[in-house]
Design a protein around this ligand. Sequence first.
Ligand code: URA
Length: 278
Amino acid sequence: MPHPFDPGYAQPPFDSLCREYPGADIYPPEDFRVEWGPIFHRGRLDGSARVLVIGQDPGAHECIARRILVGEAGQRVQGFLARLGITTSYVMLNAFVYPVYGQSGGNRHIGDEAIAAYRNRWLDAVLVDSRVEAVVTFGQLADRAWRQWKQTPAGAASSIASQALRHPTYPESSSKGNRQKRAEAMRAMLAQWNDGLEQLAAAIQHPDEPRDLVPYGEALEPGDLAPIPEEDLPAGVPAWMRSVESWATRSGETTEAKRATVVVTVPKTLRPWTPIEP
Ligand code: URA
């Protein structure tokens, strides 16, 4: 069976964007995990995207897979796009190309001129003279990134529809382990996402697979997370890295060790070998 893969960044202007990525002089290492290298995007860079998703910053899964939004948040986003009939014609960017380190770094640096200038080059590259019909931002930092681009000449000239929605991991990040709070936050998020879906469906004229809009219920069902398509990841990336199982986690006895370590584990249900009985 042939294996589609993401061809990467060989075409202009993406080749220059990758060559000229910002380093630790622009993204301070006390606030960003620059040691994992920048992670740029996921999805179509060939001009076929109809929807642009803006997320926040890459996590542990993304640091290994080298594409953004592949972990839990990404699978929730993938399920969201599927409700709109968007199964391949999307492109995703994050507000930051490096993972934020610590609680407040994101807010502190979202408006940094050099960070915004580089991000705006990416937004120009995927939006100007493009076929994109709608933009969806997930989380406040993504929304701020979008509004910063709208203040640029290219952004001001653009009339692409946009929706600012809560981040897919808002229920977890806002509830700090409290199950009831998590359930309430999930309900609020999905209600907002349902409104967003209606607005976006009206703006998207060319879905990949036209379908009737089905709203979310009050909680995410297992089927609301979609695996990451093979064509979104670099050649040869194993299938379990695209699955809805978790496979990467930061681990270490000390802050220092944890920052330096990501443990990658092949999910139990996706091991191609016969398990050895203990
Ligand atoms: N991973 C990303 O790449 N972006 C997010 O916003 C969350 C997780």
